[in-house]
Every structure is written in C-alpha cells, then in structure tokens.
Design a protein around this ligand. Sequence first.
Ligand SMILES: *Cc1c(COP(=O)(O)O)cnc(C)c1O
Length: 438
Amino acid sequence: MPDNWLKTEQGRTMDSFNYRNGKLYAENVNVATIAAQVGTPVYIYSKATFMDHLKKIQAAYADIDTTVCYSIKACGNINILKSLAEAGSGFDIVSGGELYRAQQAGADMSKIVFAGVGKTDVEILEALDAGIGYFNIESEAELENLIKLCKEHGKKTKAALRVNPDIKYDSHKHITTGVKETKFGVDIERAHKVFDTYAGNGVVEMSAIHVHLGSGGKTIDPYVNYVKKILPLVADLRAKGYTIDTLDLGGGYGADYETDTVPSAADYAAGIVPLLKAANLKLILEPGKSIIANAAIMLTRTVFKKTGGEKTFVIVDAGMNDLIRPCLYEAFHFIWPAQVEEKFVPDKRAKKLNLPGTETVDIVGPVCEGADFFAKDRTMPPVARGDLVAVFSAGAYGYTMASNYNARPLCAEVLVNGDTFEVIRKRQTYEDLVALEK
Ligand SMILES: *Cc1c(COP(=O)(O)O)cnc(C)c1O
C-alpha cells in the first residue's frame, strides 16, 4: 500500500497526510482520534509539512541574500507563525492585526514587510513603533503620508515601491494583481516619477522595489519575465544615483491543489537567482500558500446523505463559513473519506479517481446559501451518516477566511507534530458568539 500518496516523485509538494490500512493519518496521528477528541469540523495542520516547504524555499535561494517573509494572511495562527519564525522566517503583513499576530509569535520585526493599499495612520504608527523592515508602498499618496508621519514622530524607516510589471497569466480574476488595471502599486513609468519626487525625503529610505503577481501562477515564466521587466527600471534608477539594493518578489507561487504540475521552489530559483545575482540585488520573498496550503486538511463529518433526486448530496458539518475557497474562487480541493476500503486508498492525487464502486456526489455544507458547497459532481467512495471526510490542501486562505455566518462558531485548529497533536485554537462557544454584544 502506497505511503505518502500525496508526495510526488521529486518530493515537490511533500506533505504528511497518508492512508495506512485505509485510515487517514496526519504524520503519525490517526485523524479519527483527533475528531473524537476535538470534534468536527477541524483544521489539522502538519508541522513537518510546512517546515519542509519553508526549508526548501530557503535552501533554493541560499546563493543570494534572501529573506523569506511568510504571508500571514494565508494562515495566521500564532503557533504556526512561531514555528516558522524559529526557523528564520520573516513575515508579510497587511494589517495592524497581522502585525500583532507576528509580535505575539515572537517574530523578528526587522524581517517584517507591510503591504496593503489602505494602511491607516494608526497601523502605520504601530508598525513604526515596532520597527518593521519595510513598508511596501502602493501609491504616491501613501508614501507622502508615511513621510509625514515619520517626520511628525521622529521615525525613520525603509520602503519598497510596489511596481506593476503588467504581466498577465492564467489564474482566477480575483487573485490576479500584477496587471495594470488593479488598485495595487504603480506602473513602471510612474515609478521613475515617484523616485524623482520623493527619494530625497530624508526619513523614508527608498531602496527596494516590490512586485507581486497575485496568486495561483502555475509556471515559472511570469515570475522570470517580471524580474526581467523590473531589472531595467533598477538599472535606470541606479544610473540616476538612487540606491536600490533589494527586490521583493512577493508571493503567489502556486500550490499544488490538483496535479503534481506546479514548479518547485528550486525550479523558480533556477530562473530567478542568476538574474538577481548579476544585478547585485538582495531578495525578499512573500510565499503564503506554497508554504501552508498542502500542510492542512479540513476534517468534517457527514451529517446526512440525500439521495433519490437527480443528484446525490453529501451534507457535511462544515460550511462555506469554515472554508470559502470553493465558492469564492471556484477552487478545487481533493476530498476523500478519512476511512476507506483498501481498494479506495488513492495511490495518486487523482481528482478523477474513477474506481468501480465510487459514486458521483455534491459535497455541501449546512449554511443557508446555494453557494455553500465544497465540490460538485465529484467521484468519491460511498459515505454514510457519521463518516469523516477530509478536504485536502485547506491550509491557505482556509481558516483565515472563516466567519461566524449563520451563527456558526469558528471551528478548532489542531497542530500535529510527529506522534502528538495539540489544539492550537479552541473551538468557539455560543457564549463567544455574543460576548462582544453584551
Ligand atoms: C497575498 C499576498 C502574498 C501571498 O500570496 P500567496 O499566493 O499565498 O503566496 C504575498 N504578498 C502579497 C503582497 C500578497 O498580497
């Protein structure tokens, strides 16, 4: 029986969710044990998996001065951040709340980059007080305000100007951010003007360029191409006497949700490192989902099975409030029962696993919305009321996007480490739901 069935031959998207004797394990822990103790729905993270992803990225770029700043918005539990920080990760934040999370996790503030188009004065002052590494600047107005606040409060900081290389690639429209007509950053021509106008401000050192393609790219080309588009800008700015020593290449490296086709960190590095080395540039990376997506499952229990009509519905106890990606992004997640007969143990991450005896079902939640689904017309071994079902690759933009819609308490998060597991976020209670209203 295949062990590590989610692992590719190249060890690309190594993760630690495997079937043993037909039972799903997270590392060495039977997920049914977690469900029995903690209840469902529950997010189950594998520490070995996200640490492995971080280390592979760090190793791939070891040839140049690189800071990996894990993107907190992908998954922000402070216990996970703590492990990543201990392994040398910095953090990409987009709000004061994420700054607070990083602080609670004991992060090195000098390795924090702060992105976002609408940073408030309060958030900026919090970040200045904390002494973060870089503000990623999205507009002239934002830069002017940052300079003003630094002067008023006697602070100095560093900024990376976010530039739009105007590169299109194959992804969902809501997560494509590196093209001209978005609210993020400035285009290359305008970047010159921003430097000419503001570089001599005396308090905000403008020594970096930031680019972020958006999420979900599945090939290396767009990433190499945007470096190639940015390097002439760097050369021009240097020729004018500005010091540019760092390129922040953002995040968006595809995670493997469907097939083993996304490039590895080493594949990206092979294209990017030589270019930066030649240009004598330091590197910042902001990976989110490529570190955490495959490092978690969401485990849910079958409440009812509804048959008899044209379709068969598997109604589970998790809803769109627990995992919104399928209905928000039309995202694909591999879904499979946590206990199966030997013949149904998947030997590949095969979304079209069409074995005799499987059935085609819609897997849906209990929320009162037609959009509350996890998969439609999906082939799966038959499940019955009470059976556990795992939604794979749920680590990124899963729990962080969860809500209390339908007055559903936020579910629990569990971290598995080898033979042991611990609850890293308790399930909310009904009292929690109304606590701030009293
Ligand atoms: C969301 C975001 C990231 C992380 O994106 P992933 O697709 O999770 O890698 C990195 N940088 C910025 C600026 C972002 O907005």
